[in-house]
Design a protein around this ligand. Structure first.
Ligand SMILES: Nc1ncnc2c1ncn2[C@@H]1O[C@H](COP(=O)(O)OP(=O)(O)O)[C@@H](O)[C@H]1O
Ligand SMILES: [Mg+2]
Length: 149
């Protein structure tokens, strides 16, 4: 699935679809270079889940948590860029954070990757020339939800 992201409204539309379907245990794995638009998409998902106000980039904190009632379900927004080894994801307690929550993960490969999980929705954002687009790869659980048929 390819979704063109010409502007912020397009990112927000994609985020709205994701937010509407998101359940605890899900992972949205956000791939793409620096500046691709990963944080922008994560912010839009968190906003679509109900959060109002700032969504700080987790670049330095690595993990930011959003809990109901401000959002529809618990959400963990992570940026694993600064991890030097996937094992560090365990050391910072990622499994505990993920309990009962959905995970929005930037630089997922730095945490060992999540593509093997059926509840993982992989989104790779590419910028080619002036054109920004998302390549969406739903895991089995996401395919069953029939969002992109
Ligand atoms: N769909 C889009 N259309 C136009 N600009 C975008 C879009 N998505 C992101 N941007 C802009 O690109 C820049 C980098 O986005 P960001 O989400 O911080 O990237 P990343 O987290 O991948 O490093 C920001 O200035 C943001 O406003
Ligand atoms: Mg980012």
């Amino acid at each position: 699935m390819i979704v063109d992201l010409p502007d912020l409204a397009a990112t927000q539309a994609l985020a709205g679809i994701i937010a509407g379907a998101l359940v605890p245990g899900d992972v949205v794995a956000l791939q793409g270079d620096l500046g691709a638009g990963k944080t922008t998409l994560a912010r839009a998902v968190i906003a679509a889940l109900g959060h109002r106000g700032e969504v700080p980039s987790p670049t330095f904190q690595i993990i930011e948590v959003y809990d109901p009632p401000a959002v529809r379900l618990p959400v963990v927004h992570a940026d694993f860029y600064r991890l030097t080894h996937p094992a560090e994801a365990g050391e910072i307690g990622l499994d505990d954070y993920r309990e009962g929550a959905a995970l929005l993960a930037e630089w997922p490969d730095h945490a060992g990757g999540f593509g093997h999980e059926p509840a993982c929705l992989t989104i790779r954002i590419e910028i080619i020339g002036n054109v920004r687009r998302a390549i969406v790869e739903p895991g089995a659980d996401w395919l069953r939800r029939g969002l992109w048929q």
